[in-house]
Design a protein around this ligand. Structure first.
Ligand code: HEC
Length: 212
């Protein structure tokens, strides 16, 4: 075949590559650079405390055990989902995640949203027992049990150990369930999940034209 004179619309490698680069560059600017510039200086809200080192260890346990695959951490606005009515809290704002690297927003909601679980279920006993055996607290729960975060032994616990007080139907005679440090750290992290402070700081002066 003889070469035909090239027209503007004719595809060649250079045009395909250039076009792909332009599209990729545009998408990166829109989806990576712009959100980064918009959110990089968002200050943490006054009510948000930084995580302690134990809570950060617990956060790693949360990541390592795949909790994020079933639990989101992003209550939505009432226009999008009835999350506030479910008791999951107000719609989250960017500042709520100021200390979250990497964020654990999640996409699946096989279980409830956990951004405010510390406020909703502040009992350490409940949290430990539920991790050891979810079905002891929520009959029919499809959440996996995490028994490897606990030591199950015959006899008594050592001084200083945290014993899990299971409901009578699940507690075995002579057996003691002791929380390992991973379980204790994970529960410290869960209890720290509390974004119930107001999303926006009250304005010092009301905006112009606002009704008194
Ligand atoms: C396969 C999906 C799945 C995984 C993985 C999973 N969960 Fe769950 N989780 C659920 C479901 C479903 C429920 C609701 C039933 C229940 O309370 O057990 C739930 C409930 C909970 C609750 C109680 C929420 C409430 O509002 O009462 C907490 C706390 C929780 N999960 C923490 C965790 C943690 C921490 C991990 C990781 C160690 C985890 N879950 C892993 C599915 C999952």
């Amino acid at each position: 075949m003889s070469a035909t004179p090239s027209s503007f619309w004719e595809m060649d490698e250079l045009r395909i590559i250039t076009g792909a680069m332009v599209i990729l560059g545009g998408a990166t600017a829109l989806l990576v650079v712009m959100p980064y510039l918009l959110l990089k200086d968002v200050p943490p809200p006054a009510g948000l405390k930084p995580y302690t080192s134990v809570q950060l260890t617990g956060r790693q346990v949360y990541i390592a055990n795949g909790c994020v695959y079933c639990h989101s951490q992003q209550p939505r606005d009432i226009k999008q989902a009835p999350d506030a009515l479910r008791g999951w809290g107000r719609a989250s704002v960017a500042g709520d995640y100021a200390h979250d690297t990497p964020h654990l927003l999640g996409t699946m909601r096989t279980g409830p949203d956990l951004l405010n679980i510390g406020a909703r279920q502040p009992s350490k006993d409940w949290q430990l027992g539920h991790l050891y055996q979810p079905r002891a607290y929520t009959p029919g729960s499809i959440m996996p049990a995490y028994p490897f975060l606990f030591d199950v032994r015959q006899g008594a616990a050592q001084p200083g150990e945290t014993v899990v007080n299971l409901p009578p139907a699940f507690a075995k005679e002579g057996q003691v369930v002791v929380a390992k440090p991973e379980a204790l750290a994970l529960v410290e992290y869960l209890l720290s999940l509390d974004r119930t402070y107001p999303a926006l700081a009250p304005r010092a002066t009301p905006p112009e034209g606002a009704k008194p």
